[in-house]
Design a protein around this ligand. Structure first.
Ligand code: GRF
Length: 316
């Protein structure tokens, strides 16, 4: 199994980071923690991560603009080839630019049942309001603070005479269970055939006059009543691979691509030299690149009139 590369961003104790880290030690966990980063070089969690053999990165935000500091963190994430970011007590409001760059790939854990009690002092507020339960939520990070689609929640009962510390300690136990499970499901989802086919489908069907049929059990995209420009190979003869097959110029380009990245590209059986298989099940898919492959392939089989029309539209 190719594991998803995750960075955890912390500012303090890092107990959630530790929970994610230890859950990742299971052989069947679909993610691995490859970096723990912080805006606070003294964050206790950094020492633990180091002791566990995880790379760490710290850069104080003092004297830097939000954008500058986020830029430094972003560069560290890119250098470590990070695919997903898990915020775990990272006490920084993030710039819209940083959030945009990690859209759909950055999760946060918040100690309340969102949308209730965004921000700080969540446990006090739940107790004061007379709620029966506090709890925690894992959500995708969007530009709004503690907003964004909720991926999972655990309610935690409030006991008579509870105070914020006691409730917070129990919520933390729930956080440690919830975060790893939700993160694992989220990264695994992106490797399922359904998800991958859907990503290709959206891009293929966005091309003019494209339609989808099933050919030899493979989802297949073509021009209505015309030729096919893409197939998706799903565990063909049990090869365990999921790959997009698109048209290329010929044997030379095929050999060049395979030579360049033999893990990612291969020669699809029965398709000959005019096609290349691009594996989608390795993670780190470049979906804009996939859209370009599809467009190029579409162009190579599109009737001339249609391709010319496409060119005209492209000029606007
Ligand atoms: C947790 O309560 C989390 O929900 C919030 O910050 C706290 C971090 O705690 N976002 P820790 O550093 O993981 O122990």
């Amino acid at each position: 199994m190719v594991k998803a590369r995750v960075a955890v961003l912390i500012s303090g104790t890092g107990t959630n980071m530790a929970a994610l880290l230890y859950a990742a030690k299971a052989a069947d966990c679909p993610y691995e923690i490859v970096l723990v980063a912080s805006n606070n070089p003294d964050a206790a969690g950094l020492k633990l991560a180091e002791a566990e053999g995880i790379a760490t990165f710290a850069h104080p935000h003092k004297g830097l603009s939000r954008e500058e500091h986020d830029g430094i963190m972003h560069d560290a994430l890119i250098a470590a080839k990070i695919e997903f970011v898990a915020l775990a007590g990272y006490m920084r409001i993030l710039s819209p630019d940083f959030v945009g760059k990690w859209e759909g790939r950055m999760l946060n854990i918040h100690p309340s049942l969102l949308p209730k009690y965004k921000g700080l002092h969540t446990h006090e507020r739940a107790i004061e309001a007379g709620d029966s339960h506090g709890g925690c939520s894992v959500h995708l990070v969007t530009a709004e603070l503690d907003d964004g689609p909720i991926l999972g929640q655990t309610p935690v009962a409030i006991l008579t005479g509870d105070n914020a510390d006691r409730l917070g300690a129990r919520v933390l136990i729930a956080e440690h269970q919830l975060y790893s499970r939700v993160l694992a499901d989220y990264v695994a989802r992106e490797r399922t055939p359904d998800f991958l086919v859907q990503q290709v489908r959206e891009r293929a069907l966005a091309l003019p006059e494209a339609d989808e049929v099933v050919s030899h059990g493979m989802p297949c995209f073509g021009i209505i009543k015309g030729k096919k420009f893409a197939y998706i190979s799903l565990d063909h003869h049990g090869d365990g691979k999921i790959a997009l097959l698109v048209k290329i110029s010929g044997a030379e380009e095929q050999a060049m691509l395979i030579d360049m990245n033999p893990d990612r590209y291969y020669r699809p059986a029965y398709f000959g030299d005019g096609w290349i298989a691009i594996r989608l099940d390795l993670g780190e898919n470049d979906w804009d690149g996939i859209a370009n492959w599809l467009a190029k392939s579409w162009r190579s089989i599109a009737p001339r009139k249609l391709a010319a029309m496409m060119d005209l539209i492209g000029e606007f």
